[in-house]
Write a protein that binds this ligand. Structure first.
Ligand code: HEC
Length: 612
């Protein structure tokens, strides 16, 4: 889920002031009264409530659990196994240690509950009085949020081989909307749940990921993917599925924007089952007519560059730290490492020096990774430092080490590579002393942090520059684009962006040299032709400018600005009737194009009174 800005575009995001969001409190666990001392533990009175709440969501037919746990007979048949597996806390799968900040839907048995199960098995696992049995949970088959407004099916199913190692597959869903719509929920139906371990959706507004498909609709392999973005439009929601999750609508005010020509990429983690499985996921879209009024944002701490883990190393430490430039409410957290990850911790140090554990996983298990939502938003004031501290075990004692014997491991996208990522969903508060969208301040602080952390990282400089440019901090933006170009002198995108920034700052000759460099590497770069033409026109080099406007039009025949500017350049060289045609074309593309209309009127007057 890496985000990279790709060109310099002003931020035009709607924004309204943000009050602390109120998230619905999720239903907690049922309290288990422990039987008075010495009393017989029975299934109906003591054990069934535990299994119904903590196990049945996955252990019923059609779900991920390999057998149902809904009746006395189900439990009795596996009583010893249940006692063993709950005492090691392998089931129910719940990674975080207990902590002060509570998560919604915590699925962690208390020590008393575990002891009760042990005692039940020791006492021969009796059933008890029928009257004590609570009603079994009811599970609705099919869509959990009701009939979706729109269902999107994957075009071409993927067939998972019978054996071999884990597979990560990406399905590209073309969205079925012809205008911007708002969603109150997306329900993920991942396909055969026995083999799907987790799935998450990435929103691809520029349709960049589909280029990796061998044919449209086939999808493509890959554990992590990178979504490119042309505009300031930070990722905002975790769209995550894991076994046993009951989907929930997004909180009030936080509906999701879905534009025309957006792809939704479903990234799925699959584990072979012993026979070939056809995987055909679908998504249910639930529309709302309420646009978002609250704008959360995903922040990423990471330090993949620190990952260079020698074989045999048992406690390899990776850290990152980020200080919040604005007040935020922390809504959810998603730690991520691969198979060598062992102890994953995130901590907040508040401006008053106090600390809060945001999450602590002492036995990381990639297979049970999840997004954890807080039971109530966690308020973190400006100046709070968030730190991640991950340790990795690359010894042969790590039972899931992908290498036997252990090898040196560095960061990468394959499951045998490693990662050190921590994602946070935060809702920034508007600050009284700044007119800017607070997400932009967060994004800028994050980009500044990344440049400091990785000074040789082209993308860090480029993204930082793009944000500065969008914020109007022009001199510093130019400096950062220059760093980027120094790191990749041939890069057309960076040369074009630097050229555009220099042009906007009135440094025309420098602009021309970078825009020319962009076209040397990429002769069909529309932006560079357009910007270069504008630069040349501003130096009255109209004949050269006309060449580049024409080249730009060949690449994008539907761009009203290019048509209008070509018209102006032609008019400057006295070619009025040809100019007129291009102004008219501009107006056909965009009937409201002001420059084209004014120039056309001017030409009409000039043609009427040629002596003037
Ligand atoms: C989030 C879904 C989920 C929940 C909740 C869950 N299980 Fe499981 N359980 C699974 C899956 C999936 C497997 C298959 C093994 C695997 O993939 O690791 C499994 C396997 C098992 C096994 C067999 C393990 C083995 O080694 O073969 C037992 C026993 C079990 N679960 C008991 C429980 C009990 C008891 C609870 C509640 C206290 C529970 N599970 C809660 C998903 C779940």
């Amino acid at each position: 889920m890496t985000l990279s800005c790709r060109s310099v575009v002003a931020c035009l995001l709607g924004f309204s002031s943000i009050a602390g969001a109120v998230l619905a409190q999720q239903g907690g666990a049922t309290a288990q009264p422990s039987p008075p001392g010495g009393q017989q533990v029975t299934f109906n009175r003591d054990i069934a409530p535990i299994l119904f709440h903590y196990c049945a969501p996955c252990h019923h037919s059609g779900e991920a659990g390999p057998f149902p746990l809904l009746t006395y007979a189900d439990a009795k048949a596996r009583a010893r196994q249940i006692a063993a597996i709950t005492s090691t806390r392998f089931m129910p799968p719940w990674l975080p240690e207990p902590q002060e900040l509570r998560f919604a839907d915590e699925l962690r048995l208390s020590a008393e509950q575990i002891a009760l199960i042990q005692k039940w098995v020791e006492q021969e696992a009796v059933e008890g009085a029928a009257a004590d049995l609570p009603p079994a949970p009811q599970f609705v088959p099919g869509w959990q949020l009701g009939q979706p407004d729109k269902i999107i099916e994957v075009e071409k199913p993927y067939t998972l081989a019978a054996g071999g190692s884990d597979m990560y597959w990406n399905f590209v869903f073309r969205t079925p909307v012809d205008r911007t719509r708002w969603l109150k929920a997306i329900e993920i139906r991942p396909g055969e749940k026995r083999v799907v371990h987790h799935a998450n959706i990435l929103v691809d507004r520029s349709q960049s990921a589909r280029r990796q498909e061998s044919q449209p609709g086939t999808g493509f392999a890959g554990m992590e993917l990178k979504i490119e973005s042309e505009t300031f439009d930070p990722d905002s929601h975790f769209l995550f599925w894991k076994p046993g999750t009951v989907p929930k609508p997004e909180p009030e005010g936080m509906s999701l924007r879905l534009d025309k020509d957006t792809d939704l990429i479903l990234n799925i983690h699959l584990q072979p089952s012993g026979k070939p499985e056809k995987i055909q996921p679908s998504l249910g879209l639930y529309f709302t007519d309420k646009p978002a009024t609250l704008f959360p944002m995903l922040l990423q701490l990471e330090n993949d560059r620190q990952l260079d883990i020698p074989p045999g190393e048992k406690r390899f430490l990776v850290t990152d730290e980020f200080t919040l430039p604005v007040d935020v409410d922390l809504l959810a957290i998603y730690p991520h490492a691969h198979y060598l990850g062992k102890d994953l911790q995130a901590l907040a140090t508040l401006p008053d020096g106090s600390t809060k554990t945001l999450i602590h996983i002492s036995q990381w298990d990639l297979n049970w990774q999840a997004v954890y939502r807080y039971a109530a938003p966690v308020s973190l004031p400006k100046g709070t430092t968030i730190s991640m501290r991950y340790t990795y075990d690359n010894s042969s004692e790590n039972p899931v080490n992908p290498n036997d014997p252990p090898r040196r491991v560095v960061s990468g996208n394959r499951s045998s590579d490693e990662m050190a990522h921590l994602w946070l969903q935060v809702l920034p508060h508007a600050s009284a002393d700044s007119a800017f969208d607070p997400r932009m301040l967060l994004q800028e602080a994050m980009a500044r942090h990344n440049v400091g952390k990785n000074p040789a990282d082209f993308e860090a400089h480029y993204n930082f520059a793009a944000i500065l440019q969008a914020r109007g901090v022009s001199a510093e933006a130019i400096q950062q684009f220059e760093f980027a170009v120094r790191l990749r002198p041939q890069d057309a995108t960076a040369n074009n962006a630097l050229g555009a920034a220099l042009l906007a700052a009135g440094r025309i000759d420098d602009a021309i040299s970078h825009l020319t460099a962009a076209l040397e590497t990429q002769p069909d770069n529309f932006d560079a032709h357009y910007n270069l033409a504008n630069a040349l026109a501003s130096e009255d080099k109209f004949l050269e400018a006309i060449e580049h406007y024409r080249a730009a039009i060949r690449l994008h025949p539907d761009d009203a600005n290019t048509e209008a500017n070509l018209g102006s350049a032609l008019a400057e060289t006295g070619k009025l009737s040809e100019a007129k045609q291009h102004f008219e074309r501009a107006l056909r593309i965009d009937p409201h194009h002001k420059l084209a209309r004014e120039n056309l009127e001017q030409i009409a007057r000039d043609l009427k009174n040629p002596q003037e």
